[in-house]
Design a protein around this ligand. Structure first.
Ligand code: NDP
Length: 273
């Protein structure tokens, strides 16, 4: 049958790992499909989105700087995309475009893969786009969430909108924290930078989840492991958000290992928050 197309719109787009993941998924699912990463400058996003309404187009992933700008260009938004205020996946059906956000369920799936504690006290570091997805996901999964951000006012605004409570590092009861999610960009390409410096001990079974995945072991992860805690980088979330987008486009439930395998197959991934 006819080749189906999916795209990434981002600026820059050249270093994205999404093409490798989705090509591996097409091959695994036996679907004749193509995935193309296109550099789309902000001014060209409206025209690029119109192009998604063509027959044979499954949809697109959106990355920086388009996740928020796309909100007003689509016909429908899922509750998650609307609440988070960001679209990372556009789904095309019969000329209509729906905006979804698979970062939030992608994070929850990645946490489930490592048996991260649920329902306890969770701290999210950061207050940008990734933190919005993390807070939405954790609050909806029943976690008690505290948000710590370098610029405290942004943490307060996020909590007022999506739930959770803004906190200063000094006011977090760290020894009771069972999940720490770094959703800030501290540590990205900076092996000696940590969003929690000095590191503080957490609850003994706590998991530290760093959404940063380059380097593969951040300083936050290193210090958590040295303190005897489990620590994971953001590759699992990256793979799961891709898996969920692929399923929304095609209906095919390709195992996350296919996406992780594609990520492991080449050079280290580039960030694509
Ligand atoms: P934003 O630019 O929207 O937000 C960045 C956040 O990081 C802000 O809260 C900022 O604080 C904080 N920050 C930046 N530098 C520092 C620092 N040196 N110390 C403390 N805080 C700092 O970025 P995104 O939310 O889009 O992305 C954040 C990270 O998450 C990126 O590394 C991205 O690659 C990653 N990501 C990973 C995904 C995955 O699938 N694994 C998905 C999406 C994102 P302030 O408000 O004070 O400026």
């Amino acid at each position: 049958c006819a080749v189906q197309h999916a795209f990434l719109f981002a600026d820059p787009a050249a270093h994205s790992r999404s093409p490798e993941m989705h090509r591996a998924a097409f091959a695994h699912a036996g679907i004749s499909g193509e995935y193309t990463a296109r550099r789309v400058p902000p001014a060209e996003l409206p025209a690029a989105v119109v192009g998604l309404r063509q027959p044979g187009v499954l949809g697109a992933n959106l990355s920086l700087p388009h996740k928020t700008a796309a909100l007003s260009l689509l016909d429908d938004l899922t509750p998650a995309a609307r609440a988070i205020g960001a679209v990372n996946t556009v789904i095309h059906r019969g000329g209509r475009l729906t905006g979804d956000n698979t970062d939030a369920p992608g994070l929850l799936a990645a946490l489930a893969d490592v048996d991260a504690p649920t329902g306890g006290l969770s701290v999210v570091l950061g207050a940008g786009g990734a933190a919005r997805a993390a807070v939405y996901a954790l609050v909806s999964a029943g976690h008690t969430v505290m948000i710590v951000n370098r610029t405290h006012a942004r943490a307060q605004a996020l909590a007022a909108e999506l739930g959770g409570r803004a906190a200063w590092p000094e006011t977090v009861p760290w020894s009771a924290v069972t999940l720490l999610v770094n959703a800030s960009s501290a540590g990205l390409d900076a092996p000696d930078e940590s969003p929690l410096s000095p590191f503080v001990p957490l609850e003994a079974r706590a998991v530290v989840y760093d959404m940063v995945y380059r380097p593969a072991e951040t300083r936050l992860m290193r210090e958590a492991r040295a303190a005897g805690l489990r620590a994971e980088n953001g590759l699992g979330m990256l793979a799961h958000q891709a898996r969920l987008a692929f399923r929304a486009w095609t209906g095919a439930d390709v195992p996350v290992g296919v996406f992780l395998g594609a990520l492991a197959g080449g050079r280290m991934p580039q960030p694509e928050g």
